[in-house]
Design a protein around this ligand. Sequence first.
Ligand SMILES: Nc1nc2c(ncn2[C@@H]2O[C@H](COP(=O)(O)OP(=O)(O)OP(=O)(O)O)[C@@H](O)[C@H]2O)c(=O)[nH]1
Length: 319
Amino acid sequence: MTKKVPVYVISGFLGSGKTTVLLNMLEHFKQQKKIPGIILNELGDENVEDHLFKGEKIVELLNGCICCTIQEDLKTTLDQYIGQEIDVLIIEGTGVANPLEIKEVLLTPAYMQHFELQSMISLVDASHYLEYQSFFSSSKEIRGLLKEQVTSAHLLVLNKMDLISEKELIKVESKLADQLEDHVPVYRTSFGAVPLEILLEKRMHVVEVEEEGAGEIHHDGEHHHHHHHIEAVKINMIEPINTVVLESELKKLSKQVIRSKGIVLLEETPGLYEFQYAASTLVLNKIEDSENKEYKPSIILIGKEIDEKKVAKFREALK
Ligand SMILES: Nc1nc2c(ncn2[C@@H]2O[C@H](COP(=O)(O)OP(=O)(O)OP(=O)(O)O)[C@@H](O)[C@H]2O)c(=O)[nH]1
């Protein structure tokens, strides 16, 4: 199997310091003689920051906007990177992009074979956070987006500390604490100066369940996994499954699994099917040209603190 490319996603509102952090990361990779790939998702039709990335492998998605999905464009862009000689991929969302859309695409069976999400890094401009949050000075849409940029983070970088007072900082942090989960670290800094070992730590934990040895769960090379919050499980499944059983078993996991998707063989009919499960509803679609593509049947469970025993039970029930 080819080595998976580690991926970092940098998100944060307009002007929060994403590009500053990205440039710090690039400098580090260059020193290490690693080849980074970059996906920039800029607003508008022209990227004004082109000059900052001379000589890098870079692909831009130029239509990022608050109301349009970027998922199809992102998939096309990721396809261009498959098989390319890159050691790491950094995706910078637009200030108004929804980072969960990017995460969703990366947690798709086809892309999980090639890419491995390491961390969702969110930047917050400490000097504008309260203003953006305030009911009078920002729209509901913007407040929703800011919240998502915070709640989706594995690492929250509170940037532009040089511009705020201690008093303001207390208010900002207490506001953030309402939205952040307890285990998400907050790093205070200015000009995106986060130590690389903190920035690059692998924080997204996916476990993979192999076909052989049902119930045996292989962690992603981490030894101290018990302290981690497992967010996704990939179950490699070759045998055909029953759709009614699949739906009822997913529902049984409703406390842990918010979302599921995958590519499966069905007992009732031949061919490969892609399925999506969200809001307790299962939707299946036949993959038309599956013979021509390299699809491996697998099921991905996405949620919070997924329990290994329950996953093993789920796996057994589908057999
Ligand atoms: N005073 C101050 N300025 C900063 C800091 N970090 C970044 N800046 C400046 O803020 C501006 C925006 O920073 P960027 O890194 O371009 O922010 P961004 O999130 O990529 O912005 P968009 O591309 O608009 O989404 C730049 O002029 C930076 O030099 C900081 O900690 N303090």
